[in-house]
Design a protein around this ligand. Sequence first.
Ligand code: ADP
Ligand code: MG
Length: 383
Amino acid sequence: MGNPQAAVRRAFAERFGRPPEGVWAAPARVNLIGEHTDYNDGFVLPVAIDRRVTVAAARRADDLLRLVSLEKGERRLRLAEVGPGAVRGWAGYAAGPVWALARDGAPVGGLDLVLTSDVPIGSGLSSSAAVECATLLAARDLYGGPADVARLAAIAQRAEHDVVGVPCGIMDQMAALACRAAHALLLDCRSLEADQVPFTPADAGLALLVVDTRVSHALADGGAYAQRRAACEQAARVLGVAALRDATQADLDAAGDRLGEVGYRRARHVVGENARVLAVAALLRQRRPEAIGEALCASHASLRDDYQVSAPELDAAVEAAVAAGALGARMTGAGFGGCALALVPAGAVADVAKAVAATFADRGFREPASFTVQPADGARRIA
Ligand code: ADP
Ligand code: MG
């Protein structure tokens, strides 16, 4: 996409007739492992990637928000008009964090803002949190506000809950804000304690390959996400625990028929997935990224068979990647579409991508988009 910082600066000057006061960037992420564990108070292991939203911004003397997305167009609204149910479309992701920052007590005013992004939109790589967090940091740095990362993540999440109207977990905002280059972020979704875990696949001769199935997860879900959440809450009630994070496989087996066949499977995924996250984090701490492939594959099988949130395209991507030499692969994100990730020997990346594309063509699926990603830094001011 050329140089995004130069692009937003140029567009800012053209549109607003002055230079921006600063430029900020926030990354997209892949979740290495830990799917559907966040709302069970469990563990996740996201990695920020080298795809990002870049924002140029400057304060205004009034409370106008003039928002330009080089991908989505221009919107203009007053900060006083922003609130639950009041903003339609993409502008909620940019105006929402400004509103939520003001609600947190910061002395926020109007903004001129231009953003651009090289994150695929709606593919499960969290383009949404990248927009939120880049905008939030811009508003915070220009007008003041908290420095604490967990508090900032909660502000961005509140924007998505209240202004956009999407009841998301906290992982995406924490990943966008707290991740570091050369690391994955082990996040305890109960305490929000975040540990940096070394993750440098390239040093081990490996690459992280993302396969975007280009099946929209938002369209394909159809209420299944809410159903899965409800099933987990029900299983936790049956087991007498606050959340499935507190259950063990022995608890599930002891519960017998009380969970029901489906409840048992949903809970077994969550319990197993939490254990896999911790096992993968331990391997990464031992600097053994080549050893995590099996856990990635086990995660996928569990999401496909027990949690039942995969899709034929995701299964095909995972099977083809592993058959062509990936050490492990899994769907990433909430499922029903979006992306798969594969851990691939660096020399086999082209072969794996080709094998996946060939399998998609054979099965009559839309052509996937495959690209490698590098662990990257979290949101920050870049100029
Ligand atoms: P994901 O976060 O997986 O990419 P979401 O549905 O959560 O998918 O968020 C996508 C939404 O985020 C888009 O529909 C749009 O409203 C907003 N968004 C993402 N990227 C941009 C962008 N470059 N410009 C404006 N809005 C964007
Ligand atoms: Mg999102």
